[in-house]
Design a protein. Structure first.
Length: 196
């Protein structure tokens, strides 16, 4: 990453996205607070756009145009998080008279963008990180594991449907409370250690 100021911004946004992801999982799974979960989903999506842009800037010369593909997929996923979080936040602040909870979101049906596209973007970024000498190779392996859990979450919500199914619960707990926050915070630490 050539810009030290953007690297600093990406570092802090990686920390913010990791913390927002953890707080999202906590508010969605344990507290079951729609207002907080929507807010953290939205904030995490905004912060992750900066993270993905920073990661693209760092990896853009490796196996081009794959870094661009990873950026586009990941920003699409972040946009899904932002829109989904914004929709849920609007409904939490001003609840409509009726909401059919059985219908999937028209914007992010069963997590298509957030988990499905996010899985693909992270998979490509992890593959690129494995080819980069400046970032820890273990970060790539953690990225692969996180992408696999996102795929389980998307397919589970699409096929199984019940959020209380053990497959979905275990994947959500592992991804939301451990892998995703750890990966993002570790990436922030790696960004911080990069040199111009």
């Amino acid at each position: 990453m050539k810009s030290a100021s953007f690297r600093t911004l990406a570092t802090w946004c990686a920390f913010l996205a990791g913390i927002a992801g953890l707080l999202y999982a906590l508010s969605f799974v344990i507290l079951q607070n729609t207002l907080l979960s929507a807010l953290f989903l939205l904030l995490g999506g905004v912060a992750s756009v900066v993270v993905w842009t920073g990661l693209y800037a760092h990896l853009h010369d490796i196996e081009a145009p794959f870094p661009l593909l990873a950026l586009l997929l990941s920003v699409g996923a972040a946009s899904g998080s932002i829109i989904h979080g914004g929709y849920d936040l609007a409904n939490a602040i001003h609840p409509p008279a009726t909401i059919n909870q059985d219908l999937p979101s028209a914007i992010d049906p069963r997590g298509l963008l957030t988990f499905g596209l996010g899985c693909l973007g992270l998979l490509v970024f992890a593959w690129l990180i494995a080819r980069d000498r400046a970032l820890p190779s273990a970060l790539a392996y953690l990225g692969y594991a996180s992408a696999a859990l996102m795929a389980v979450l998307y397919l589970g919500r699409l096929i199984i449907l019940q959020a209380t199914n053990p497959v979905i619960v275990i994947a959500a707990v592992l991804e939301g409370f451990l892998l995703n926050p750890i990966w993002l915070i570790w990436l922030g630490i790696a960004f911080r250690r990069l040199r111009n």
